[in-house]
Write a protein that binds this ligand. Structure first.
Ligand SMILES: Cc1cc2nc3c(=O)[nH]c(=O)nc-3n(C[C@H](O)[C@H](O)[C@H](O)COP(=O)(O)OP(=O)(O)OC[C@H]3O[C@@H](n4cnc5c(N)ncnc54)[C@H](O)[C@@H]3O)c2cc1C
Length: 434
């Protein structure tokens, strides 16, 4: 299986490509091999470069580093995510564990951008969980109780105020959380690549085909060479399953998103010149929609079971039409043809939305499956799995390991059938919000 990404992601600066790309072309050996160079793998490599100075460290990716989901997301660095209920103490305790991890994720990204003076359009603007349906107020009120108990600053808003803040009359109810950051994911991940420690060797466009343990070593077969390593960290997220890793605990989903050109002065005025904002849907299959700092509108409103290694241009065009409608519904006064880029990206899911962070065998480690919170949690998990692989412990590892573990998934074909049925059901429930 090859991985083909479309070259149309609005966050990737295709005009300013890196020039120092190295492809694996012979057999090598190393102390640490990290497979996958997104937020998780880059962060693991950075940490290992700092703590294992005399070891040979290789980071390798099937495509260009950072150009998977890590560049293709919506750029929300989240402190909270919305789930139904959380009324009992047990649920509250579990939700707190989740937000403790988000908090650590924000801290680790913040530390990185401060240390390396990264410009990634960081904006502590907070975020909105919004719905056009007034009846969803009940869900938001329950969520508000949870947030109050855990001390998260937030408030509930109605149509007029939302119209003023977002420039659209579409939403009738929302919960605004003060925490949560909006950023430019392409710039953040690029900075992680540009600041990799010198003792990390990066190979790109080098697909891992197979791996097996051999005596005390792990032997990895790539398209154009083999790497024999003492320890390996798998950070391939949506492609863990295709490598046979934790196969009964994770599955990939394909998302698509579109971004418009910057709105003209007149168009921007017509929607009330709002400040940068980000809306997440109350219903899971609703649209994520963002107004960027440079007046572009980003929308993501599809999630589906699809071949994770490629989406064709014609299939992408169909998703783009859905996104055009999503924008039109919210901003009828804007022209029809303002979408400038449409792209797909792969996320990894588990049944109970819990992440994977594990030593799966002697010297074999894996971190992944963050659903929609991989910017912070992926960066955190990458760093901490590197520390775990070095046989150290931290309070962050203890916090991560206190979370609920992912639960078992049924085998194929039942799995895909179950996921597809669930997605159809969620899509119907969210049809007004797409
Ligand atoms: C449209 C979209 C919107 C999202 N919105 C948000 C958001 O707003 N906030 C948020 O926090 N998260 C969001 N996410 C999720 C987030 O992008 C991911 O959780 C995060 O990027 C995971 O990082 P990662 O490094 O673990 O995985 P990835 O970035 O997916 O990196 C994995 C890498 O592994 C490589 N790889 C895979 N298989 C192989 C192989 N066989 N050999 C070699 N290399 C391989 C891939 O090429 C890839 O580069 C979104 C995702 C998408 C697609």
């Amino acid at each position: 299986m090859k991985i083909f990404n479309d070259n149309s992601c609005g966050w990737i600066d295709y005009k300013n490509q890196r020039s120092n790309i190295k492809k694996l072309s012979n057999d090598l050996s190393c102390d640490y091999l990290i497979v996958g160079a997104g937020f998780t793998g880059l962060s693991a490599a950075r940490k290992l470069g700092q703590i294992a100075k005399n070891k040979k460290i290789i980071l390798i990716d099937a495509q260009l580093a950072g150009e998977g989901a890590s560049s293709r997301n919506s750029g929300y660095l989240v402190d909270t995510t919305l789930n139904d209920g959380f009324t009992s103490n047990k649920e509250l305790k579990n939700y707190k564990k989740k937000t403790d991890i988000y908090k650590l994720g924000i801290e680790v990204v913040k530390k990185f951008i401060k240390e390396y003076q990264v410009d990634c359009e960081w904006n502590e603007s907070g975020k909105y969980f919004a719905s056009s349906k007034s009846e969803d107020r009940k869900i938001l009120e329950n969520f508000s109780e949870t947030l109050t108990k855990l001390g998260f600053k937030h408030n509930l808003l109605s149509n007029n105020e939302l119209n003023r803040r977002l420039g659209t009359n579409f939403y009738n109810t929302a919960l605004y959380t003060k925490g949560g950051i909006l950023l430019h994911p392409g710039k953040l991940v690029r900075a992680m690549i540009d600041t990799l420690p010198e003792n990390v060797e990066l190979f790109e466009n080098s697909l891992l085909l197979d791996w097996k343990t051999k005596n005390d070593l792990i032997s990895c077969t790539f398209e154009n060479g083999n790497i024999s390593t003492k320890k390996v960290i798998f950070a391939t997220n949506g492609f863990l399953k295709s490598l046979g890793i934790k196969s009964n605990y994770n599955f990939p989903l394909t998302l698509t998103a579109s971004m418009t050109r910057p709105l003209t002065d007149e168009e921007f005025k017509s929607i009330g010149k709002p400040k940068e904002w980000g809306v997440l849907p109350v219903k899971p299959m609703g649209a994520t929609i963002r107004m960027t700092k440079d007046r572009k509108i980003l929308i993501r409103n599809t999630a589906e079971v699809h071949n994770p290694s490629k989406m064709s241009q014609s299939e992408l065009n169909k998703r783009s039409i859905k996104q055009k409608f999503g924008i039109k519904k919210r901003f009828p006064q804007l022209p029809n043809d303002i979408i400038q880029s449409t792209w797909s990206g792969i996320v990894s899911r588990t049944r109970n939305s819990s992440q994977i962070f594990e030593k799966i065998d002697d010297n074999i480690f894996v971190a992944g499956c963050y659903n929609g919170s991989g910017i912070g949690v992926g960066t955190l998990f990458g760093e901490q799995i590197a520390i775990k692989a070095s046989k150290e412990n931290t309070h962050e590892i203890e916090t991560i390991e206190a979370r609920n573990k992912p639960t078992w998934l049924p085998p194929q074909p039942f799995l895909n059938l179950g996921i597809k049925t669930r997605l159809i059901y969620e899509r119907i429930k969210a049809r007004s919000e797409i």
